[in-house]
Write a protein that binds this ligand. Structure first.
Ligand code: AMP
Length: 314
């Protein structure tokens, strides 16, 4: 029996199930986590299904976390969605349960857990949860479809990124059959508040692009304060440089309160996750994240990007 086919049987054995996802959640982290919660709660009404992690205020419209106590973990099954490595799991109590399942679509750099279901061909973890529901004939409600559809929209850039496959469309098509506010959701995922629009202007104004399309921009604490945006808000501007045709690969350096930088790397074709791994991070080949501890390290990362892009055009 492979790990995938063990998951439902394991879920059936537990009365309490606690679902975690990664820190600084995005729509796919929340869509997969809370989509799975609602799916299991609806299909197994007598079980207690809880979600934990820090609420992300900008995504409050999507979901809310539960208050999970330490004693809730006693004899519980813990499932972690959308999280490649242990360090990035939000709420480090994930080890307190009786059994641990990892469900993820990132490269399986750290295969933690008793059962590991990783599918790097899936566009999103939400796509995996939807497939799991359909494969096992579980009942899906409009609320569950909404959450999973939101996760898929988030991680595919609304079906724009190369990770979008025929399977993605198949699953999305099946979710779309449920009666949720599809147009409202798409509009919400496509809209930004005025501060973000202005910050996008700053990004375009300050983007440095070399002759091969390697680009970078730094958002200092001063800039974040001037535009009244938080670190979490910057996720909305990360795709912006990619809309410029001359840009191939780009890095957004977001200064943190302690003076270090969160590095957000994106690429249209050339993989950049090896560069991210070299700087305490990782991720998908075309969408990765890392950490940098100085302006000099920012320069070094940009230089590495310039090199891989230059080699690719040779
Ligand atoms: P972000 O730029 O934060 O949206 O991250 C893009 C992707 O990179 C995420 O989906 C993660 O897979 C990965 N990632 C970001 N930061 C890290 C990190 N510090 N360590 C490992 N992977 C990361």
């Amino acid at each position: 029996m492979n790990d995938y086919s063990k998951i439902l049987k394991t879920i059936q054995k537990f009365e309490t199930i606690i679902i975690h996802r990664h820190v600084r959640p995005d729509p796919d982290a929340l869509g997969s986590q809370v989509g799975l919660q609602k799916l299991l709660q609806y299909n197994y009404p007598s079980k207690r299904i809880l979600v934990t992690g820090i609420d992300e205020p900008s995504l409050g419209w999507l979901s809310k976390m539960d208050e999970v106590k330490e004693e809730d973990y006693q004899g519980a099954l813990v499932i972690v969605t959308d999280t490649a490595n242990k360090e990035r799991i939000d709420d480090q109590r994930y080890l307190l349960g009786a059994q641990l399942i990892k469900i993820d679509h990132h490269p399986n750099d750290e295969p933690y857990g008793d059962i590991v279901w990783v599918d790097t061909t899936a566009s999103s973890c939400s796509e995996m949860i939807a497939r799991f529901a359909f494969d096992h004939d579980l009942e899906v409600t409009p609320e569950i479809a909404f959450l999973l559809y939101a996760g898929i929209l988030g991680d595919t850039g609304r079906f724009l990124y190369p990770s979008t496959t025929a399977k993605t469309f198949d699953v999305a098509g099946r979710l779309r059959q449920y009666d949720f506010d599809f147009a409202g959701l798409s509009r919400r995922m496509d809209s930004m508040d005025y501060r973000i629009a202005k910050l996008t202007g700053y990004v375009y104004d300050h983007l440095e692009v070399d002759q091969n399309g390697a680009a970078r921009v730094i958002l200092s604490q001063e800039t974040l304060a001037a535009y009244q945006v938080t670190d979490a808000d910057t996720s909305a501007i990360v795709p912006a440089p990619g809309r410029i045709d001359a840009v191939q690969t780009w890095a957004v350096f977001v200064e943190q309160k302690d003076g270090s930088y969160r590095v957000r790397l994106r690429s249209k074709v050339v993989p950049i996750n090896t560069i991210a791994k070299g700087h305490g991070g990782g991720g998908h080949p075309l969408a990765s994240g890392a950490n940098s501890y100085s302006l000099a390290e920012n320069d070094a990362i940009y230089q590495e990007i310039q090199e891989v892009v230059a080699n690719a055009v040779k």
